[in-house]
Design a protein. Sequence first.
Lengths: 103, 615
Amino acid sequence: MGVDVCYTNHTDVDGDDTDVLTLLLGAAGCSFVIAVPGSDDVMLHYQSLSFQDVLTARQVLGLRPAPEFESWLERMDLLDDRGRVRELSADAPAARALLAAAR
Amino acid sequence: MPRGILAAMGLLVVLALLMLVFTPGAAGSDLVQSSGNPPVDALAAAGTAEWLTTLVNYAGLVGLVASFFSIIYAYSRQTFALSRAGYLPRALSVTNRRKAPVLALLVPGALGFVLSLTGQGAMLLNMAVFGATVSYVLMMVSHIVLRRREPDLPRPYRTPGGTATTGVALVLRRRRSSRRSSSTATRAVDARRVRGLPRLLRPVQPPPPRRRCTGGGVRGARRCQPGRAVTVRRTTLAGRTWSSPRCRTCSPRRRRCARATCSPGAPPSRRRSGWRRRRCSPTSRCRCSWTSTSSPRGRRRHPAHPRHPRPRRPSRRSPPDGRRVPRLAARRAAEGDETAISGLAKGLTPEMVAATSKLMRNADLVAVGRRARVVTGLRSTLGLPGRLASRLQPNHPTDDAVGVTASVLDGLLHGCGDAVIGINPATDSPAQTRSLLELLAAVIERYEIPTQSCVLAHVTTTLRVMEQGAPVDLVFQSVAGTEGGNRGFGVTLDHLAEARAGALELGRGTVGRNVTYFETGQGSALSADAHYGVDGRPSTSRRWSAARTASPATSSRCSSTPSSASSARSTSTTASRSSGPAWRTTSAASCSACRWASTSATRTTRTSTATTPTS
């Protein structure tokens, strides 16, 4: 069971609240959270977590992605030695391979 | 004020002055005094050509007809508005194809016509003028009353001069109406009634006393300068008057109470001295949370309100047993292995789970939630200890393929998308759903990504595209905790079972067979007015029962692990729109199937967030 850590803009909630909730959920062993680019859902018009927030929660709480997905990330050379998602430059092989789909 | 109105008023004043000077000048004051049509008579007396007199006469008639139009417009719209507000029969606000309030036009028109047949034109006119005068008087009175009762209310428009202006206008109006009523025609309407109007002023309270603001307010509220004089706000409720010791600046913003039972629609904004908070958080301002300490009968509870059930009153000295036991149980469960909870799961009803979770603090919920693991999977495994997956949500306002792909790649490069790549489509059309499904399937196949895709269309739409051969991994549906709520979603358990069977037949899984994705939360039962007055939490717990019923166990591990993914939107969107309590539903590690699923609804305040135990 997962949670969309999100809020609509007319509520009295901000990023601190979503951070608190994300960390609590991570501690509670929540299965998954929802993430959108830039934590701003441009279709539903509400704020959720960003991809970076997921990485933060994983790193802070020592959690890892789903096992099959983790090995795929490794295969795509998206993880560094410590199993963290690698910072990529635009011409990195992995980025180029993935971006080919967008062309 | 709009310039048009100013210009019209100015023109009227000028013309009236001209008329006042020229008509007696031309015809003599004696003639004008007794004339029914002064300008025409004045022209005739001055020996003007007949055609000019006729022209002026017709011009006057046109003016009269024009004012009839405005009267017709006014009476019809007023009737329409009164009908809409429930003061007149509903039928009067029915409009025709072109949005004209037909009956509101015809019915008063017919009444006027019938009255005109009485032949008492002068009396009718006097009655109309008297009625208009009374309405003006009431407007002035209302303005004064409003300014005194609600001095701090935000106003889009301020009368120049304030109540002084309306006071003067009121006196003038009254004098005028008294004089009018002395005419023979309106003698039937007693002028003393008009003099009785000041009685209306009686409910006006004296201006509230000035006090010093106590400052403070809740965390996050702006503070005013300490000791600043404030107007104490007052309100009358249940026959007593309550006042606020804080100024508007210090008062916390309006919030809804967290308790779903206590505040559908009630803006709990005022702090009342003499009432002591009992239940709700320091930031909610709900009537249910106050108990009276200043009632005539001594301390007693707030009078029961149909929508505000009385909260139970906990003793302050020792926590009631009800609070201790679940927490102990929670600790025990946290210390033991997870089967302590899983074994219990089948014996727990959603109501039990909801009640227990309400007594638990965040730490309890986290501790128990950790022990309630549910492992599911289709092409990736979710719910394993030490793992946190994510749903990549590449929504796009126009479902544009390039935009969606860009978001998908952004997420994948950030190591997200292992739970599901799920799009909320902008439209629920089968064609759009299908093209998005094919887009996601293409990306997943091209890079052999061990994850599943989902387009969060209505289950019936998904069923349709599945029949057309679209690559459906997960069947999505929002579910509610009551049958009425699900009816609001347009789903039945049969739909869900059928869709699940269809997705299983496609056999797109590699590591598991969990093919459903349910979304809960959002206070949908409340929005659909199908919550039957039940608190939000049991309603939410029941959603998982619905999910379990729809997707019976497919895995041998847990008694039931039906859906590959299910998520709760953490902040209610629909609920707050429908003026319900703005609670945030959160849950963690829940088996969507087991009865032991629950969420905790917490206030959308800065401090409290909660997670949930589930099996």
